[in-house]
Design a protein around this ligand. Structure first.
Ligand SMILES: [Zn+2]
Ligand SMILES: [Zn+2]
Ligand SMILES: [Zn+2]
Length: 478
């Protein structure tokens, strides 16, 4: 090869490299690393997690008596001397693999409280159990869709004080962006909506307290002694409605005083529980702090209340254990942005609110959070730091202690399964010494693309496996 052809070949290669994206170049760099196979293994081990966290450190298990090392692990030999750990985000829009796992855990957690399993006795199936939906009250007329009916028909064709029509009369379709938007934004009670969101968690607590009080008084027991007769367990998930107001879906179960393994007294029936739920939803309230700007506001639940028995056996009525668990699990993987009711990041200025990709209705709610968040008497509601979630600062899923298992227990069970542990690991003569520290998070552009590919492969093979099982079932049933 002459020096000129050599030079042009080198130029050609350089030109081609320049055409590559940052991610391509990064993948080439990573693939030349002798630890590349181990890097791929790590990404596979976290299921293709989109934003892993990295830890550096070691674990040594040794015999307490002899000092003999039984097992040891250190990140010294790993790529970058670190180990990737899942981000565990519940939102599918942030990390699809972790959200899938979280939704699965939520399903197990809710289902265990209804059907038993995961250390919950099977007797929970026979208890009084209800599926409850509690809504926010009306803050003003919004466009709505109900069984193809006309939206807010008004024959008189009147207008509000702002000169806007008080009726609509259109038949909206399900995906219509107008749905949930106020007929008149100036008539809409944005302050009430935001204050309701900010107190929704406390309103739920008042509701559970009121339900217990009703149960006690129906049985002629002082409220303080109800616990000696029964335990009322609650699990709830928050969901955004079209009008950007949250509502709660909850599971309520009655057990005896010893918890899930113990039946409640015979007087504690599903009918009485239903009565208690209705009474509690009607009476629970929270009064906001007095403010010069808006006075004080009494916050209540909306009129729409849905209470249904959960079907334990084939011949019962209402949704099944599985349907309820799947329903709840679906909501925990949704982010605020997925439902259009806010954004998934914190806003730090009115400019952020102005720039957010949301509807004018949601923007007005965010702006109201910002405005009210500046009032000293509302400082404890942290409305500015919750403007992205329209003032709601509660968890998506909450449950009382006796409802069922925990996310932590489900994760531990999965880790044990992966390690291949068969029995209790608490050998008293083994001492384990661990030292771990956080050393970073996220991927380089090339590793991010590899992770996305791995996540895709895992999701595809899961889908194929599901289809294969369904196919096999069809064959068997045919
Ligand atoms: Zn993740
Ligand atoms: Zn309408
Ligand atoms: Zn108006």
């Amino acid at each position: 090869m002459t020096s000129s052809t050599f030079r042009s070949a080198a130029l050609e290669r350089e030109k081609r490299l320049r055409l590559l994206s940052d991610a391509d170049r990064d993948i080439i760099r990573l693939a030349h690393d002798p630890l590349f196979p181990r890097l791929l293994e790590q990404i596979k081990a976290v299921g293709g997690c989109a934003h892993p966290v990295y830890l550096s450190g070691s674990t040594i298990a040794s015999d307490a008596l002899t000092g003999e090392v039984i097992s040891s692990y250190s990140t010294a030999g790993e790529p970058g001397e670190r180990l990737a750990v899942r981000c565990r985000n519940r939102r599918a829009s942030v990390c699809a693999p972790c959200a899938y796992l979280h939704a699965g855990d939520t399903y197990q957690l809710i289902r265990a409280g209804l059907s038993g399993g995961k250390s919950v006795p099977e007797g929970v199936r026979e208890r009084p159990r209800l599926f409850v939906t509690l809504t926010a009250p009306s803050f003003g007329a919004v466009h709505r869709f109900r069984n193809s009916e006309r939206c807010r028909p008004r024959r008189d064709g009147g207008t509000c004080e702002h000169g806007r029509p008080v009726g609509c009369g259109l038949v909206h379709t399900e995906g219509d962006p107008a749905l949930g938007r106020p007929l008149c934004a100036d008539c809409y009670d944005y302050v009430g909506h935001v204050l309701w969101h900010a107190h929704a968690g406390r309103l739920w607590d008042r509701f559970t307290t009121a339900a217990r009080r009703h149960l006690a008084s129906a049985a002629g027991i002082p409220r303080s002694r109800l616990r000696e007769h029964l335990v009322a367990s609650f699990a709830k998930v928050a969901e955004h409605q079209k009008r950007a107001a949250i509502h709660f879906h909850g599971v309520v179960r009655l057990d005896g005083p010893a918890g899930p393994g113990d039946p409640p007294p015979p007087w504690a029936t599903a009918e009485l529980l239903s009565e208690a739920i209705h009474a509690a939803a009607a009476s629970a309230n929270v009064r906001t702090p007095e403010s010069d700007a808006y006075g004080d506001v009494l916050l209540l639940w909306g009129q729409q209340l849905d209470v249904r028995p959960i079907r334990a056996f084939a011949d019962g009525e209402g949704p099944t254990d599985d349907a309820v668990a799947a329903y709840v699990a679906k909501y925990v993987s949704k982010g605020t942005a997925d439902t259009g009711a806010g954004v998934d990041y914190r806003v730090t200025s009115p400019n952020d609110i102005h720039a957010a990709v949301v509807t004018p209705h949601v923007r007005a709610l965010m702006a109201t959070c910002w405005r009210l968040g500046g009032l000293p008497e509302l400082g404890h509601l942290r409305l500015r730091s919750c403007a992205h979630s329209l003032g709601y600062r509660g968890h998506i899923l909450t449950k009382t202690r006796h409802y069922s298992t925990t996310y932590a227990a489900l994760r531990e069970e999965r880790a044990e399964y992966r390690r291949g542990d068969t029995g209790p690991t608490d050998n008293p003569t083994v001492i384990t010494e661990s030292q771990w520290r956080y050393v970073g998070s996220g991927y380089t552009p090339g590793a991010a693309r590899l992770a996305a590919g791995i996540a895709y492969d895992i999701a595809t093979s899961r889908e194929l496996a599901r289809e294969a099982i369904a196919e096999e079932r069809r064959w068997r049933d045919a």
